[in-house]
Design a protein around this ligand. Structure first.
Ligand code: NAD
Ligand code: MG
Length: 299
């Protein structure tokens, strides 16, 4: 029988210590073309009924962490609306197929989160297709490495902030009228919020903003029975890294500096999102769950 996330196992060796070859994909990148392929829990994630009957909207759900979360949510009993960029249709179709094979429904709603109208229509479409909304995962993110601030132009600065921060504000605001007590919001921040890389100053700033937004909004919405939390991944092997998310020379050593000595796989993030979405975390509010293989420093 295949190991699953509940199997007693050594975290150092649960997944191989990968040394990815230098490679390049046009932004936003596809899981389908990534070398080596990632593990999103397709074969291994075992549901235990934690999200039975939930209706979830997940952004950036076609690939990487968002795809792993979508698969896990479906295995835990949720129907899922998947948001992603139109160029990512191939990856989204694959995740949709896996969700349907898990016995749940998947709804595909492509678009660009930098577009204010899409942020609103995405939520409205998700609500009408899912028949309501109980969980939002604001996971989409744009990361383009630029070595020097002199080369970081306004266009990139704005695109990164629009996709990473402004879209979370807009999607959350559009979702709020549909959320009832018990509903949850989980935002994807990053270790970059605490330990910024010199070549990611725009991206890292957005991740610090997401963390802060999460904590402030959680205080505002908790009295209404809506919990807001965040997950801060460390180095996780996903298409983000090869579509200019990292300098090319950095790819072969990606994640090797962590205490576990290897990059994380997307499926290793999924249980954190499941926990923060499930009622078992009812007293967890405004928390940032670090899932980073022991990267330091974290607070
Ligand atoms: P990924 O490339 O698989 O997912 C990112 C997704 O964001 C894309 O699939 C795309 O659908 C979406 N996206 C980007 N720009 C968009 C736009 N303008 N409109 C709509 N959607 C857009 O990579 P991932 O690593 O799984 O990233 C998921 C989240 O995790 C991101 O927020 C990222 O910042 C965060 N994160 C990743 C790592 C890591 O090491 N991979 C570390 C920390 C945080
Ligand atoms: Mg993608």
């Amino acid at each position: 029988m295949t190991n699953n996330q509940l199997t007693f196992q050594d975290p150092v060796h649960r997944f191989p210590d990968i040394t990815p070859p230098k490679q390049d994909q046009a932004e936003p990148g596809l899981d389908a073309d990534l070398i080596p392929q990632t593990d999103r829990g397709e074969e291994s994630y075992r549901g235990t009924g934690r999200l039975e009957g939930r209706r979830a909207l997940i952004t950036g759900a076609d690939s990487g962490i968002g795809a792993a979360v979508a698969i896990a949510f479906a295995r835990e009993g949720a129907d899922v609306a998947l948001a992603y960029l139109p160029e990512e249709e191939e990856d989204a179709q694959e995740i949709s197929r896996i969700i349907e094979a898990s016995g749940r429904r998947a709804f595909l709603i492509p678009g660009d989160l930098r577009d204010a109208d899409y942020c609103t229509s995405l939520v409205e479409d998700a609500v009408s297709q899912l028949g309501g909304l109980d969980a939002v995962v604001n996971n989409a993110g744009r990361q383009i490495a630029v070595e020097s601030i002199e080369d970081l132009d306004d266009q990139q600065w704005e695109a990164t902030f629009d996709a990473n921060v402004r879209a979370i504000y807009r999607v959350t605001k559009a979702a709020l009228p549909h959320l009832t007590p018990g509903a949850t919001i989980v935002n994807s921040t990053s270790i970059q919020a605490y330990a910024p890389s010199s070549h990611l100053i725009d991206y890292a700033s957005t991740k610090a903003a997401i963390n802060n937004f999460t904590k402030g909004l959680s205080q505002q919405l908790a009295p209404r029975g809506i919990r807001v939390n965040a997950v801060a991944p460390g180095p996780i092997w996903t298409p983000l890294q090869v579509s200019d998310g990292q300098p090319k020379d950095a790819l072969p050593k990606f994640g090797k500096h962590t205490a576990l000595g290897r990059a994380g796989q997307p499926t290793e993030l999924a249980p954190a999102y499941v926990f923060l979405t499930s009622a078992e975390s009812s007293y967890v509010v405004g928390e940032t769950l670090n899932v980073n293989g022991g990267s330091s420093p974290t607070p």
